[in-house]
Structures are given as structure tokens and as C-alpha cells.
Design a protein around this ligand. Structure first.
Ligand SMILES: C[S@@+](CC[C@H](N)C(=O)[O-])C[C@H]1O[C@@H](n2cnc3c(N)ncnc32)[C@H](O)[C@@H]1O
Length: 242
């Protein structure tokens, strides 16, 4: 693991990340979770790890559906926020996904592009191994990534988005196998510059990653309504792993 502060430690821990991504809301999470638990036929009382849970929009809803949920995330601020919703069957922990989990679960979710951040492929594979080792027998994992093929084809090199009175200047490029998004803005506390960097992982790449971690792709969907994956049209690449 790199010792200096990584981009994903900084950016996701800011309030500005949540302002920029406010459209990724509870409603989107609930539609997706309803479809997924129905498809996977997850019985009430099952244990679920929401890995890289952010402020817990999926965890909190899954808990209302009758599951025992643990949300884990690296962002101390997000876990603090999520923990306000804690109860007997819903808890949140700060944990780096590259470290093994101290428990076993029936289901592990990794949702909304919470993967592909690390420069070293071995670290991504380690995350998949951690997921595998965390699963009970007959457990299932779901990894919800972007469809990099479509994202690259439709990449908007430069745009400005105004949200909550902040003008975010966003530039995107593909470099060394990563989609890099630079985010610049001036807020009440001055000028900020952050970036996001996600690996160009397509289905073929995932097949080899997943196999290295001892998992198999059982199903592949292209959106939160669980329509089939279409490399040209789908926005998401959602993998059900066993
Ligand atoms: C794109 S956000 C998605 C959050 C949440 N799943 C959602 O849908 O709202 C990615 C999340 O991954 C978390 N994250 C980044 N690197 C991580 C790591 N190494 N270990 C655990 N969580 C990490 C971030 O803090 C952030 O909350």
C-alpha cells in the first residue's frame, strides 16, 4: 500500500464530493437494491457487507428490507455521517478494502464504481480476494462498475457544472489505462483541485482479474434495472460473482 496520501483518501472525504455527486441519491440506490435483492433472492436476516459504502445510501435501505448490514469505507467523514443511522442490525466501520475483513458475510456489494482506483493491479486483485475470503459458503458478491468502453467513447473533455452555488470545472482524459477526471472549483474556503482516477477495466479484463482471485462471473448486467450488458449502450457493468 502506498504510504503518501492517495487521491481517493482525500477527495471522497470532502463535502464537495457529495455536492458534485448529489444526483447519485437514495432513490437510485433503492431502485437498484430492490432489483438486486429480488434477482439474487436474498433471504431476510442475511448478512451483507456494503464495501465502500460512502454515507450508506445502499446500506441503510438494505437494513430497512430486513438484512443485517455492515457498511465499510475508508472515508472517516462518510462513516461518521452513516453511523448516525446505526442500529442493532446496521453498523459502519472505517476500513481500507485492501485489508482482509475480520468477519464472514452472505453477500458483499461493491457499488457505484468503488473499484479500480489502485495503480498496481495486484491491489485490485487483493480486494477481490478479500471479498472472496469474506463470503460464507454459497455467498455471492456484486461489483457495480462503469462501462469503460461507452464512457471513453462519450468522454466530455471539458465541462462546467454549477451545484449549490459552486462552479465545478471538470476535465477528463484517458491516460496510461486510466480515465482521469480533474475537478477544480473555488468555494468559501478558497480554490480546490482534486482528481479521480479509475482503471479502464472492461469485461475481458474483469474476467481475468476475477479468475485470479478465485471467483467466477455468474451474471452480467448493464444498468440498475438489471437489463443485459451491451458494450455499446450500457452505462454500467454490473457483475454477479461467486
Ligand atoms: C464513488 S464512491 C461510492 C460510495 C457509495 N458506494 C455510494 O454508492 O454512494 C466510492 C467510495 O469508495 C471509498 N473508498 C475509496 N478507496 C477506498 C479504500 N481503499 N477502501 C475502502 N473504501 C474506499 C470512498 O471513500 C467512497 O466512499
Amino acid at each position: 500500500m502506498s504510504s503518501k496520501k492517495d487521491w481517493f483518501t482525500d477527495w471522497f472525504n470532502t463535502k464537495y464530493y457529495h455536492i458534485l455527486y448529489q444526483h447519485r441519491d437514495d432513490y437510485e440506490a433503492q431502485v437498484f437494491m430492490n432489483n438486486l435483492v429480488r434477482f439474487l433472492n436474498i433471504s431476510k436476516g442475511s448478512s451483507i457487507l456494503d464495501l465502500a459504502c460512502g454515507k450508506g445510501r445502499h446500506s441503510i435501505y438494505l437494513n430497512t428490507l430486513g438484512y443485517n448490514v455492515t457498511g465499510a469505507d475508508l472515508s472517516i467523514n462518510s462513516i461518521k455521517h452513516a453511523s448516525l443511522s446505526k442500529n442493532e442490525s446496521l453498523n459502519f466501520i472505517v476500513q481500507d478494502m485492501r485489508l482482509p475483513f475480520p468477519f464472514k458475510k452472505d453477500v458483499v456489494f461493491n457499488l457505484f464504481t468503488s473499484f479500480g482506483y489502485f495503480a498496481d493491479d495486484q491491489e485490485d486483485i487483493r480486494v477481490l480476494e478479500n471479498i472472496k475470503n469474506c463470503l460464507n459458503k454459497d455467498g455471492v458478491a456484486v461489483l457495480d462498475y462503469l462501462n469503460v468502453t461507452k464512457a471513453i467513447k462519450n468522454l466530455v473533455a471539458e465541462e462546467e457544472v454549477t451545484l449549490d452555488g459552486i462552479v465545478f470545472k471538470i476535465t477528463k482524459e484517458v491516460k496510461n489505462g486510466f480515465i482521469i477526471k480533474k475537478i477544480e472549483f473555488t468555494a468559501e474556503d478558497g480554490y480546490h483541485s482534486y482528481f479521480e482516477r479509475v482503471k479502464c477495466l472492461d469485461l475481458a479484463y474483469f474476467e481475468s482479474y476475477v479468475a485470479k482471485a478465485g471467483l467466477k462471473i455468474k451474471h452480467c448486467f448493464g444498468d440498475y434495472n438489471l437489463n443485459g450488458f451491451d458494450i455499446e449502450k450500457s452505462n454500467r457493468l454490473i457483475l454477479v460473482l461467486e
